[in-house]
Ligand binder design. Sequence first.
Ligand SMILES: [Zn+2]
Length: 275
Amino acid sequence: MDLPPDIALIAGTGIEAWPLDQARDFRLATPYGEVLVRLARFAGQDLLVVPRHGPGHSLPPHRVNSRGMIWALKGLGVTKVVASSAVGAIDPGLRPGDLRVVDDLLDFTRQRPLTFFDAPGQVRHVDMTDAYCPRLSALLKQAVGQPVGEGLLIYAATEGPRFETPAEIRALAQLGARVVGMTQAPEVTLAREAGLCYAAVAVVTNPAAGLGGERVEEAAIYAHLAEALGRFQDAFARFLGLLDASPGCERCPPAPEGLFPHLSLDGMDEGDGQR
Ligand SMILES: [Zn+2]
């Protein structure tokens, strides 16, 4: 097998339903458990896709194997990761179906394994000044057609799996969060620990609790995600085109040498990903 591509998509809820060409599913063993990685063709190039919630959307947000996913992608030689995350809108200017690129994170998760630097003697603190890769984020903003001058998009990560209360949403709004979701933490911080360039597209699915005059209903969320999938695919194709013409990133610091062993898809268990 040729070298796997150096770009990957972590496909969140809704976007994981993307019917990819020539997709082959691999189950990779990692120190953190098995990870499903899909090798596919899109817009004339190879692409690795990881369905964040695993085979058949089986993992709830608080059980997503973030360490396994990032460890696998890093080991496979990926350098650039784009992720999608379904979000509720706190900013009343955002509508279901909107795509926005995340600029910064507020992490209110509580009990998730949050670091690769976990062993005694392995003390390391990564810099999160640019929480998201500035280069990939700028290209993604162009690709999704994000209105210029709209302000930073701060994503509040909650533990889930329940949705937030109206009081929590009011508190998050006061802190500057414009969207809320359950999956960006610890994914973005683990990507930084692994020295990956990481950027995320928030897919708006609903007004957050207490803001839309209605309950937060899962059925309505999935309907908006199904609607947004085509727009996400178009934006991702535009992003890949822009990426080819863009110089590399000098802003995301590399990972320590030797921490992430090289992996190969050769000989990996190839099986049905139960899309
Ligand atoms: Zn970068």
